[in-house]
Ligand binder design. Structure first.
Ligand SMILES: [Fe+2]
Length: 253
């Protein structure tokens, strides 16, 4: 019995120009440090999920640069947009990386776009049409353990400014999830923090950023990533690794 191993990288925030900082760090160098760490870790992954805010208001060339930085991992990739992304540029760079439903052996991964009705400050929603599609997919796959992924956190983090820009229609989202007991977990980005919650038997995990974290009191302040193991019996395990920067990386910040 072997699990499916999923790697989640989030909120890379690659800036439009090389050398341009995001929140005081060079997001290219921190992402390269994450990739180096992963290559040296010998850990096996089956799939890389990129959960939004992959660039910071940049064009298709920067998405191609992101994919080139990730190429040494030699993993199939699925991505979706966050509130700082440019969806037409993502479509231009690699349209094949968008996937709504992905079978993962005994499991399925369902990716939702949560950038409907943005408020201009960072929040977003899952559109009514997407929620309807999600409900139909879940009704048709009641026996398939399911992992849901979206950019915006569907539960509050406890940080006021971030909770004002969480998933704005979280109640409607949870109303769908609660009718589908095969939904084992929900994962998100957006928070730049590694948090975990439980809601009525559903595990919820947020991913830290590969660039800068937002919460000073979290244990994760360095670039970091999440991993998941999806077991055939429906169990899911999650972990988070932070990446120590070597002197070469620190010099580059
Ligand atoms: Fe972000």
């Amino acid at each position: 019995m072997k699990p499916v191993s999923l790697l989640q990288l989030s909120d890379c925030h690659l800036t439009p120009q090389a050398g341009e900082l995001f929140r005081g760090v060079d997001p290219r160098h921190t992402l390269q440090a994450v990739v180096r760490h992963l290559r040296h870790s010998q850990r096996h992954f089956d799939l890389l999920l990129l959960s939004g805010d992959l660039v910071h208001h940049a064009d298709a060339a920067v998405y191609r640069e992101l994919l080139a930085l990730l190429a040494p991992l030699e993993l199939p990739i699925i991505w979706f947009a966050g509130n700082h992304d440019n969806v037409p540029a993502m479509q231009q760079a690699a349209p094949q990386l968008f996937a709504e439903v992905t079978p993962l052996q005994d499991w399925q991964l369902i990716c939702l776009d949560s950038n409907h009705e943005p408020d201009g400050r960072g929040s977003g929603a899952v559109s009514p049409a997407s929620l309807e599609g999600l409900a139909l997919q879940l009704q048709a796959t009641m026996d398939t353990p399911t992992l849901i992924a979206l950019h915006h956190n569907p539960l509050p983090s406890g940080t006021d400014w971030q909770d004002q820009i969480m998933l704005s229609n979280a109640d409607a989202f949870w109303a769908v999830i609660e009718r589908a007991p095969q939904c084992k977990a929900v994962i998100c980005g957006h928070l730049h923090q590694a948090l975990s919650w439980q809601r009525q038997g559903v595990c919820v995990w947020s991913s830290p950023s590969t660039a800068a974290q937002f919460q000073p009191d979290t244990a994760v302040t360095l670039p970091a990533y999440r991993w998941y193991q999806l077991w055939p019996d429906g169990r899911i395990e999650a972990g988070c690794e932070s990446v120590t920067l070597d002197n070469q990386d620190k010099d580059a910040l």
